[in-house]
Design a protein around this ligand. Structure first.
Ligand code: PAF
Length: 295
């Protein structure tokens, strides 16, 4: 595995690989890799000849009161995990080379960013869209692989790719979970043992709502109530949002119709740690118990 830190050196390398006809996959990350990231790297290995993992804690996607400074960083560990999972190039730039002196461009995507993470974390998706566009221009991939855990982010990136004609496929890979259901996240390291135990309620709440959908529940407000009630069973956990929405548009109709894809999304504060999770569910054509179809 080769480590590259300079954007122009990365560009020169990918340019010649593309000229040789190699297919390139990029896995953008902020480091502190875990099994969720390594599953994306392995996916890249399946799809492409060359796998680039990027490590960059992107300052522009953190709000002033967020955890940019204390975001966990461990290059030696990331190097080992990225290499073991099958990375060919580890792109590890410094901030000054990504946001050069006098940089003056931010990409701002509207619509899909208006709600949920976008509303709670003002400016967050401008930072994400900007860094992802830079990574695409630096690594020139055929495939860009992201985890479903940041579901709204995947919609934002798909919109970016459409709007800017990036010639690549966005691949979304499933969330990797601990054995009790907690979604892997670099931020889980912030949790105390007690908070860690309680954090599983996110998965349980999603599971309850998903079971309700399989049994025929299709009313958005009821699904939202199922999520809220489950999370409220742990009073220490504070809900930011917990809701069902159309999985493609994030619109919130009163009722979801058979065959429609619904995203169940949760964001909470567990102590001072903000956690998110989601589940993608299809409204059944033939639910286990029919009800509420035409309310
Ligand atoms: O999902 C992340 O880790 C980040 O938002 C990303 C896509 C690497 C951009 O900094």
């Amino acid at each position: 595995m080769r480590v590259i830190s300079k954007p122009n050196e990365m560009q020169t390398n990918v340019e010649s690989l593309r000229n040789e006809g190699k297919k390139i996959a990029v896995i953008p990350t902020m480091g502190y890799l875990h099994e969720g990231h390594t599953s994306l790297i392995r996916k890249g290995r399946e799809l492409a000849d060359i796998v680039i993992t990027t490590l960059f804690v992107n300052p522009t996607q953190f709000g002033p009161n967020e955890d940019f400074e204390k975001y966990p960083r461990d290059f030696a560990r990331d190097f080992q995990l990225a290499e073991e999972a099958g990375t060919d190039f580890l792109f590890n730039p410094v901030t000054e080379d990504i946001y050069q002196d006098g940089y003056n461009t931010l990409i701002s995507i509207s619509g899909i960013t208006d709600k949920f993470e976008g509303a709670s974390r003002q400016g967050h998706f401008d930072g994400v869209a900007t860094i992802v566009a830079k990574i695409f221009n630096i690594t020139k991939p055929h495939y860009a692989i992201f985890g479903q855990k940041d579901y709204q982010q995947t919609l934002v990136i798909k919109q970016l790719v459409r709007d800017f004609f990036f010639d690549l496929s966005v691949v979304v890979a499933p969330t990797v979970r601990e054995s009790d259901g907690l979604a892997l996240s670099s931020r889980n390291v912030y949790l105390s043992p007690d908070e860690r135990t309680k954090a599983v309620i996110l998965f349980k709440a999603l599971d309850e709502a998903e079971i309700a959908i399989q049994k025929g529940e299709n009313r958005r407000k009821i699904l939202n109530a199922i999520l809220h009630n489950a999370i409220r069973s742990i009073p220490e956990i504070k809900i930011d949002y917990a809701c069902a929405a159309d999985a493609d548009t994030l619109e919130e109709p009163d009722v979801f119709l058979p065959g429609e894809h619904v995203i169940l999304m949760i964001a909470v504060f567990n102590g001072i740690t903000r956690l998110i999770d989601n589940a993608l569910v299809t409204i059944p054509q033939d639910p286990q118990v029919k009800k509420h179809y035409f309310v």
